[in-house]
Design a protein around this ligand. Structure first.
Ligand code: IDP
Ligand code: MG
Length: 234
């Protein structure tokens, strides 16, 4: 049996544009069921292809004779959810989410999923911090409006921890454009416009670490052991 998982990113971008953009990442993980024995060999999924081999192709009909196989390009960046490594993600309820009274609803999506909250604060973001946070988007025409938006009122800053939390949070959040976000995702359920898409989530484990260090001071992150841990992970 064949399984395919697509994690994070905007569904409307082409694979080549995704490859060029550091901020839009779509991750495709292909595996066969026989390889996915979670009890015995899940550690194999923690090892990923090198960057040079990221844009690969995968035969759409792997069992068909070679000449009949279509070359289907898939994107295989480093952001594949490891089933072992604990990641950190910076999640932020944006000013529209705070103004619309969605803070509790958004926090509870991550809580219910089973991730661990390690940092939480209501915060008025200064312009310089917003610019640093979104520095990869500096050249975009919407950048000034984005900075105005993020600094227009208090945000709720959160640090979340867990196995695969970065990729999973991107799925829980949904596509950048809320009209393209699936129902059931935060943006799919609670927003209608890209410029008012209520929540931010880190797009890679590296950016998770970077953003948490940017938004939280030393001493604001709390290390603790949730009582429910043994009921979430065997
Ligand atoms: P993401 O939040 O889904 O990771 P990014 O491409 O990293 O999406 O963009 C960061 C934020 O910039 C978006 O969440 C959204 O608030 C804003 N943004 C992105 N594209 C546009 C646009 O075309 N118009 C207005 N705002 C945009
Ligand atoms: Mg982003």
């Amino acid at each position: 049996m064949e399984a395919l998982a697509v994690l994070g990113g905007s569904p409307c971008a082409s694979p080549s544009s995704l490859f060029r953009s550091a901020t839009h990442r779509t991750t495709t993980l292909s595996y066969t069921h026989s390889h996915l024995n979670l009890h015995r060999s899940h550690h194999k999924l923690a090892t990923f292809r090198p960057q040079s081999n990221l844009l690969s192709y995968y035969p759409s009909r792997p069992l068909a004779p070679k000449k009949n196989r279509k070359k289907t390009h898939i994107f295989l960046p480093h952001l594949v959810a490891s089933l072992e490594k604990v990641d950190k993600s910076y999640i932020m309820v944006k000013p529209d989410g705070v103004q619309r009274g969605l803070v509790g609803e958004i926090i509870s999506r991550f809580e219910k999923k089973g991730f661990k909250l390690t940092g939480l604060k209501l915060f008025q973001c200064p312009k310089e911090l917003a610019e640093e946070h979104y520095k990869d988007l500096k050249s975009k025409s919407f950048f000034p409006k984005l900075i105005d938006y993020i600094t227009s009122g208090p945000v709720v800053c959160m640090a979340w921890e867990g196995v695969g939390v970065v990729a999973s949070a991107r799925k829980l959040i949904g596509a950048t454009n809320p009209l393209q976000a699936e129902p059931g995702t935060i943006r799919g359920d609670l927003a209608v416009q890209t410029g008012r898409n209520v929540v931010h989530g880190s797009d890679s484990p590296e950016n998770g670490e970077r953003e948490i260090a940017l938004w939280f001071k030393e001493g604001e992150i709390c290390e603790w052991s949730p009582a429910q841990a043994q009921w979430l992970m065997e």
